[in-house]
Design a protein around this ligand. Structure first.
Ligand code: KIV
Length: 279
């Protein structure tokens, strides 16, 4: 699917059908203007729980709540007309039981209009994924580095190296078998990502994985250079908005202090002007 070929938002089945074709383009978004900026260019927009770190200053995604995901999901939905929106299920909203997962997934879809939810976990989440899919909730799975589990994974390490490759392979097979329509592969060796992509029948969306995946995703604030607290190796900065923004703010501060802003064109005359633009 090209950026101009389709006018309505793709459905999970459309994304699934992109397996093995033109790579699926996806980014995260958390606000309306950012969603508007990417709508024409992305097939899929994820309201990621990374919002907690990049917009709210949290040190991990563990403190993200359902309310935060719903509020940002609603904002992103207002900025999209052609890309599919997926909303992350936050830590603690789905792990307890398939029933808990359904209750919260249904609330996310009802209150944001999301076309699907994403949840983290492989083999141990397969039962929950099957439960959701059977009840009308399309699921994007997420295996490899699952940031909601950093405390048990021992940090933000590469997953699936050496003997751990077979376990990750099994995780990918399990989520595909359970009915997920796509799966994010985060921070896994490139050869393993290629093996998984070749073996499972749903699209793999890589982040720190391989150019051979069926699609790619990045956190938008990372790739725009807006989030600069740290930069994972897999991030390529396609812009430097953080630096540009700080330079603009410094220029504003200097002009305010020098009384060169506001200039005459930014101020209002005492008499009612004839031209509407001056009102
Ligand atoms: O929360 C997020 O932004 C994500 C992506 C990194 C895949 O899960």
């Amino acid at each position: 699917m090209s950026a101009t070929a389709k006018k309505t938002a793709p459905l999970p089945d459309d994304i699934r059908a992109m397996k093995g074709g033109t790579p699926i383009v996806s980014l995260t978004a958390y606000t309306t203007p950012m969603a508007q900026m990417m709508d024409a260019h992305c097939d899929l927009v994820l309201v990621g729980d990374s919002v907690g770190m990049v917009l709210h200053g949290l040190t991990s995604t563990l403190g993200v709540t359902m309310e935060m995901m719903i509020l940002h999901g609603q904002a992103v939905a207002r900025g999209l007309s052609r890309a599919m929106m997926v909303v992350d299920m936050p830590f603690g909203s789905y792990e307890e039981s398939p029933e808990q997962a359904f209750r919260n997934a249904a609330r996310i879809m009802r209150e944001t209009g999301a076309g699907a939810v994403k949840l983290e976990g492989g083999t141990h989440m397969a039962e929950t994924i099957a439960f959701l899919v059977a009840r009308g909730v399309p699921v994007m799975a997420h295996v490899g580095l699952t940031p909601q589990s950093i405390n048990t994974l021992g940090g933000y390490k590469v997953q699936g190296r050496d003997a751990a490759a077979e376990k990750l392979m099994a995780d990918a097979r399990a989520v595909a078998g359970a009915g997920a329509f796509s799966v994010v592969l985060e921070k896994v060796p490139a050869v393993l990502a290629d093996r998984i992509t070749a073996e499972i029948d749903i699209p793999t969306i890589g982040i720190g994985a391989s150019a051979g995946c069926d699609g790619q995703i990045l956190v938008v604030d990372d790739m725009l250079g807006l989030f600069t607290a740290f930069k994972p190796k897999f991030v390529k900065r396609f812009g430097n908005l953080g630096e540009d923004g700080e330079a603009a703010i410094a220029a504003y501060a200097a002009e305010v202090r020098a009384r060169t802003f506001p200039a005459e064109e930014h101020t209002f005359a005492a008499e009612t002007p004839r031209k509407a633009k001056d009102k």
